[in-house]
Design a protein around this ligand. Structure first.
Ligand code: FAD
Ligand code: NAP
Length: 557
């Protein structure tokens, strides 16, 4: 077949729309709303799940909750929405966030534009028509000018290929695909692999239900208390009255959070001052130690060690058995906060219970999953349920599974085989009219997601409005700007301690994944200024093609 007849064949029977948005989490919902209701485009949303919610649809494991306060972890685009919604707790639990997103979908009538149970398995850019051809697992096809994956950076699970995994005779559970009806662990023996943010939330709750819980730990985490509390009516009123200030403070902050201000240097304070400052931040909870203690903990190993030792000391105080406490403390030399800060509620105290056993799989690794449980290098364990709290193929996992092909038959998987490439974290050269939301090389996971998502969705909608107003058929990130952005990402990261740490921020958790730093570390305010300037200057880092190519030059002038 010639290229032309292939294009015609694959477009036949396809539904033609202006834009396809993939994903119905925070990002997909808002993107669809902007394109459909503000720009008046014909948009379809495609979502693999049978409902909306994204992360908050899939992660229903016991204890799942947000560790950013609800007044920050929520949409700000509608004053009516933020005034009418009441959060029951300071840090919202998964069912409350899902209920909130359901309310948003209902209020803005979003579901009618989504097709659920619909997984995108392929997307190709047709250079002749400047259109994306998108195919789903059901075989349905769409042709769209704009293709917007809102597929999430933590949506594709990582379940390690342990030998014998398929032989387990009990029930397997993965935290990122938790069953809707929940799982009753009462009276059961349970094993859980992993001690990251997810496991730290689940363990204290499962420990209360299970007959016995075995926790298989390879790497201990620097957990700090969340300090969650119910939202009183008075606090709810105070927050609602203060929203203009709260949202402004978040926009002007590094991480998209309204509350914290770090002191510049841990080393400038005396040990007693430092201890008191860390203590006050520890008691304040959430990200207060991480983002609100001292700025130099991200840059200076000696400063960092003061925070690391403070948190280790807290673990030793909270865990009764000194041998167990020692195992739960991150090992000497491991830096604090250079991987995602997990927040916990009673995690360390769970190890004071008689029905919880901590198993060190760093010293004696898992050798095999057996029908009865698992075998490590030095012992066997038996249980009825095996929980994988083993994280995600972050940043690129969901994108790669869509088999995206851009210009000249280049696949995204191949183009990014040495690590993601983009301009501003929004668009990739050779993949025209495709926009990423909070993806790699943007502030992404180092910025509170809802405001990060709003920032990107609004920028993308403005860019599309510009294209439609100027008769432009194609926008493509300029290759030289992309190269410069990559250098900038690396430069910013290399000035910190972060690339030295082993974490999913560097792709370390997935065997074979290239080891590169995945996001922009310049902070939200700087990033916003950069992308706003790009738009104000009429997108100098992008190349356009006009619907009528003769108009192309004129449109940039
Ligand atoms: P997601 O919510 O991941 O939605 C992506 C959607 O795309 C999913 O519904 C998925 O099914 C769908 N999808 C993916 N691939 C396809 C495909 N091929 N076809 C069709 N559909 C597809 N961030 C914070 O800022 N604060 C927090 O406290 C916080 N807590 C978190 C807790 C957990 C357990 C996890 C996993 C993440 C957390 N995050 C947190 C990060 C979280 O990813 C973001 O906050 C936010 O929910 C991302 O929204 P999103 O719409 O971009 O992506
Ligand atoms: P994670 O941080 O990647 O933790 C995965 C855990 O599984 C780690 O302890 C890891 O050990 C272990 N593991 C993975 N592969 C293993 C293997 N082959 N053998 C033994 N152990 C293995 O994943 P997560 O806990 O799901 O969290 C991911 C991210 O989601 C978080 O960082 C955060 O951004 C988000 N999240 C947020 C919250 C919240 O509080 N709001 C809650 C949950 C998740 P190693 O460290 O040794 O690899």
């Amino acid at each position: 077949m010639t290229n032309t007849s292939m294009n015609e064949a694959s477009s036949a029977g396809a539904k033609h729309v202006d834009a396809v948005v993939v994903g119905a989490g925070f990002a997909g919902l808002y993107m669809l709303l902007l394109l459909r209701d503000r720009l008046g485009l014909d948009v379809v949303g495609l979502e693999a799940a049978d409902g909306i919610g994204g992360v908050w649809y899939w992660n229903r494991y016991p204890g799942a909750r947000c560790d950013i306060a609800s007044c920050d972890y929520s949409y700000s685009f509608s004053e009516e929405l933020q005034q009418e919604w009441t959060w029951p707790e300071k840090y919202p639990a998964q069912p409350d966030i899902l209920a909130y997103l359901e309310h948003v979908a209902e209020r803005f009538d979003l579901k009618r534009s989504f097709q659920f149970d619909t997984r995108v398995i392929r997307a190709d850019f047709d250079e002749r028509s400047n259109r994306w051809r998108i195919e789903t697992a059901h075989g349905t096809r769409f042709v769209a000018k704009y293709f917007i994956p809102a597929t999430g950076v933590l949506s594709e699970g990582n379940v390690p290929e342990f030998k014998g995994r398929e032989n387990f005779a009990g029930r397997n559970c993965f935290t990122g695909r938790w069953p809707k009806g929940g799982v009753d662990f009462s009276g059961k023996r349970v094993g859980i692999i992993g001690t990251g943010a997810t496991a730290m939330q689940a363990i204290p709750i499962i420990a209360e239900q299970a007959a016995h819980l075995y926790v298989f730990q390879r790497t201990p985490s620097f957990g700090v208390p969340l300090q969650n509390e119910p939202m009183s009516a008075e606090e709810d009123r105070r927050i609602k009255a203060a929203y203009p200030r709260i949202r402004r403070a978040a926009r002007e902050s590094f991480g998209g959070l309204s509350l914290l201000e770090a002191r510049p240097s841990a080393l400038a304070d005396s040990p007693a001052e430092r201890r008191a400052h860390y203590e006050s931040r520890y008691q304040a909870g959430g990200f207060s130690v991480w983002f609100g203690s001292y700025s130099d903990i991200f840059f200076d190993a000696t400063a960092n060690e003061t925070a690391a030792e403070f948190v280790r000391q807290k673990i030793r105080e909270r865990v009764k058995d000194p041998a167990v406490a020692a195992l739960l403390c991150p090992r000497p030399g491991v830096t604090y906060g250079t991987k995602r800060q997990p927040c916990e509620s009673g995690y360390f105290e769970a190890f004071n219970r008689d029905n919880v056993t901590l198993v060190d799989i760093h010293r004696a690794p898992i050798e095999e999953i057996t029908p009865q449980g698992l075998r490590t290098a030095d012992a066997s364990y038996e249980f009825d349920y095996l929980i994988y709290a083993t994280g995600f193929d972050a940043f690129t996992g969901a994108l790669f599974r869509m088999n995206i092909t851009g210009c000249q038959g280049l696949s995204l998987n191949k183009y990014w085989s040495a690590g993601p490439r983009s301009y501003l974290g929004i668009a990739t050269s050779g993949f025209p009219n495709m926009f990423n939301i909070t993806g790699p090389q943007s502030p992404s996971v180092f910025y509170n997601f809802p405001p990060g998502i709003e920032m990107h969705c609004e920028w993308i909608a403005d860019c599309i409005r510009f294209m439609e107003a100027h008769g432009l058929a194609r926008i493509d990130a300029d290759a030289e700007h992309e190269e410069a952005w990559l250098r900038h990402i690396v430069e910013l990261a290399d000035a910190t301690l972060m690339p030295k740490a082993s974490s999913w921020y560097m792709g370390d958790n997935i065997p074979g994944k290239p080891r590169v730093f995945m996001f922009y570390l310049g902070g939200g305010q700087k990033y916003r200024a950069l992308i706003d300037q790009e738009a104000a200057n009429r997108y100098p880092g992008f190349n356009f093609v006009a619907e009528d190519t003769a108009q192309a030059d004129a449109s940039k002038g």
